[in-house]
Ligand binder design. Structure first.
Ligand code: S3P
Length: 431
């Protein structure tokens, strides 16, 4: 796909709902007793994978316009007849491995080629400690993995990588384990599960400490079906915020964007760079903070550095942040982000390689990169590696580059943002 050239941004946009929150609303709804109504969920390839797995496990699901209604099973799934396919979705695979560890039957989870190469031991190891039998290639570090669950006991686990997928898998397994399950993290990872568990009536204890964040949950609690309203995804809004920041002129309003402090690192960082954002009507939706954001072009962008402790709050936004860094006045650096290598693609490689193709000076580190900003990017053929976030980030770079930019596999955006191209065309005036 050849990327057009932008003259200005205009209008307003409500980007699709948050992916992390939608996965959790579907999964908690299926685990609760009674009905759960999810308003405005994200319907994309990843969240469809979660829904089809929940259906294969016996959950009744109805879609009515913009809402999805789930009939909760109260943690009583039925043994699936076939392999469960998480497709491209790491969140689905890891969280469902935790959920299936509570079930006294045999199940197998697999995924597409990218997901089958991503690490699973981070979640398999603690679940084994809780008592689940999990098997697979490389000691079950790679999908497909088979799970035989039931009879779990609570553990205390140090979640060294601050992975919210791991934390969620353990908390949802912990709800059906004997005694207390405790997850400690060096930095607080996204806390949507904790917030949503409270909506479903669960009690949990959170202890923010200097050295570690701790969350504890007592086994044997029931979840009660409820209503969940999903806010707009800050990771999807980030592409448009970057576009409006770099555009020659115009103004863009992004509505109802989730601004949870464990997810807003990108927004805080680009304000440091000199981006012109204003946050209006800050409010709460289903226990999550949201705001409307007005974005105007920045006159200049200052270089910034991202430190390891800042990474969890902006991990999924690093590809688009790297594009902004490529336009900054100096050298920016990201460190402590080795986890980027284990996402839908090796995102450090993908960022470094594609920025170099566009003529940007980039240094690659094992755990990050340094980018020397330039005013003019060169035309290039971009390789997305089939990764939605690389495709969207480099589309924004392409819109701002005078020379020809071509993106391969543009359809991969449907993993998180099926209408990305249509929404983009609504808010830009082209040259
Ligand atoms: C997610 C957690 C993060 C994030 C992913 C979604 C979640 O991954 O990168 O896109 O919904 O829990 P990790 O748990 O691997 O940090």
């Amino acid at each position: 796909m050849q990327i057009p050239k932008i003259k200005r941004v205009k209008g307003e946009l409500r980007v699709p709902s948050d992916k992390s929150i939608t996965h959790r609303a579907f999964i908690l709804g299926a685990l609760a007793s009674g009905e759960t109504v999810v308003y405005n969920p994200l319907i994309s390839e990843d969240t469809k994978a979660t829904l089809s797995i929940l259906k294969a496990l016996g959950t009744q699901v109805k879609t009515q316009g913009n809402t999805v209604v789930l009939e909760g099973t109260n943690y009583s799934f039925r043994e699936p007849e076939d392999v469960l396919d998480a497709r491209n979705s790491g969140t689905t695979a890891r969280i469902m491995t935790g959920v299936l560890s509570t079930q006294p039957f045999f199940s197998v989870i697999t995924g597409d080629e990218s997901l089958r190469s991503r690490p699973m031991l981070r979640v398999v190891e603690p679940l084994r400690q809780m008592g689940a039998s999990i098997d697979g290639r490389e000691d079950a570090n790679r999908l497909p993995v088979s799970i035989r669950g039931g009879e779990l006991k609570g553990i205390s686990y140090f979640n060294k990588k601050a992975s919210a997928q791991v934390k969620t898998a353990l908390l949802l397994a912990g709800l059906r384990a004997e005694g207390m399950t405790e997850v400690l993290e060096p930095y607080l990872s996204r806390d949507h599960t904790e917030r949503m568990l409270k909506l479903f009536g669960a009690r949990l204890i959170t202890v923010p400490e200097e050295k570690a964040h701790i969350v504890k949950i007592k086994g044997g609690q029931e979840l009660t079906g409820t209503e969940v309203h999903c806010p707009a995804d800050p990771s999807s809004a980030a592409y448009f915020v970057a576009l409006a920041t770099l555009a020659p002129e115009g103004e863009l309003l992004l509505k109802e964007v989730l601004l949870n402090p464990t997810r807003d690192g990108f927004y805080r960082k680009i304000i440091q760079m000199g981006a012109d954002l204003s946050f209006n009507d800050v409010r709460e939706i289903s226990n999550e903070p949201v705001a409307d954001i007005t974005v105007r072009p920045a006159k200049t962008l200052k270089p910034v550095s991202v430190k390891p402790e800042e990474v969890p709050s902006l991990i999924d936004e690093l590809p688009i942040l790297a594009v902004l860094m490529a336009f900054a006045d100096g050298v920016s650096e990201v460190r402590g982000a080795k986890e980027l290598r284990y996402k839908e693609s090796d995102r450090i490689r993908a960022i470094v390689e594609n920025l170099r193709r566009m003529g940007v000076e980039v240094e690659e580190f094992e755990d990050g990169f340094a980018i020397k900003g330039t005013k003019k990017l060169r035309g290039a053929k971009i390789e997305t590696f089939g990764d939605h976030r690389i495709a969207m980030a480099f589309t924004i770079a392409g819109l701002l580059t005078d020379e020809e930019v071509i993106i391969d596999r543009p359809e991969c955006v449907s993993v998180s943002y099926p209408n990305f191209w249509e929404d983009l065309m609504r808010v830009v005036e082209l040259r």
